[in-house]
Design a protein around this ligand. Structure first.
Ligand code: ZN
Length: 252
């Protein structure tokens, strides 16, 4: 199993980060930590160095942060990402979040930053990790214009069936998050989607399958288990398939 999207660098883990990582090591092949801010990218870089061959990282800038960020910060983010590109397995997370950002100016800024990440992924032929909320169709249309991005992942996909199908038809991947453990919408969503374009994530510390608790990467087993249940397949089969997909996407 692979947790393809988590934020182990967050301060939520300051008290027992190593314990959480050790627990993940027992169950998982590897985890992919997603940088969401300038500091997050730096901390992700450190985690990659400290846990080689187990923690991989992506460098990005979360759309909710992008909506509020000053130009100078964005410049620094890009500069640092470019000088550490060889250490990343993908660019992101990046994208659009029209659920949290509702003002026009904020949305425009998100689009601008997202486009700059799409450009980077295209130019350097890096996989792209997309965060899209209440904006899945738009994010999809923006990425689709580029044909030279090696792999595109819609992390924690929460949109509608039609867009999910189009995403997969385009050869992009859907990352199934811990939400599947408790959300009917997410359970229904994967019923008709092919397993060959599915990967798994927890989005830790968010979305715990246990209400009110902090999520952690080792909980990705509950995601695998729920997919197995819905698809009427064995845990083992889903484990192997989703891991194989994730390895292909991120080249880990
Ligand atoms: Zn995230």
């Amino acid at each position: 199993m692979i947790d393809t999207h988590c934020h182990v660098d967050f301060k939520d883990y300051n008290k027992n980060r190593e314990e959480v990582i050790e627990r993940a090591k027992k169950d998982l092949t590897c985890i992919i930590n997603s940088g969401a801010t300038l500091g997050g990218n730096r901390r992700t870089l450190q985690l990659i160095k400290d846990h080689q061959k187990f923690i991989y990282g992506t460098f990005g800038f979360h759309p909710v942060n992008a909506a509020k960020a000053e130009a100078v910060v964005l410049k620094d983010v890009k500069k640092e990402i470019l000088s550490n590109l060889d250490k990343a397995v993908a660019l992101g997370e990046t994208g659009l979040d029209f659920y949290h950002t509702t003002d026009l100016e904020g949305k425009r800024k998100q689009e601008k930053v997202f486009n700059s990440f799409i450009d980077l992924a295209s130019e350097y032929e890096m996989p792209l990790l997309v965060h899209a909320r209440d904006s899945e169709r738009k994010a999809f249309e923006m990425v689709k214009k580029y044909s030279d991005i090696p792999n595109v992942v819609f992390h924690c996909y929460s949109g509608d069936d039609a867009t999910a199908k189009d995403i997969i038809d385009e050869g992009y991947f859907i990352s199934v998050s811990s939400m599947i453990c408790f959300s009917n919408h997410h359970q229904n969503l994967i019923k008709d989607l092919p397993l060959s374009y599915m990967i798994t994530e927890t989005d830790s510390p968010y979305l715990s399958p246990f209400k009110g608790k902090r999520n952690e990467p080792s909980n990705v087993k509950y995601v695998v288990n729920k997919i197995a249940e819905i698809k009427d397949q064995s845990f083992d089969k889903i484990d192997k398939l989703t891991e194989k997909n994730a390895k292909k996407v991120f080249r880990v």
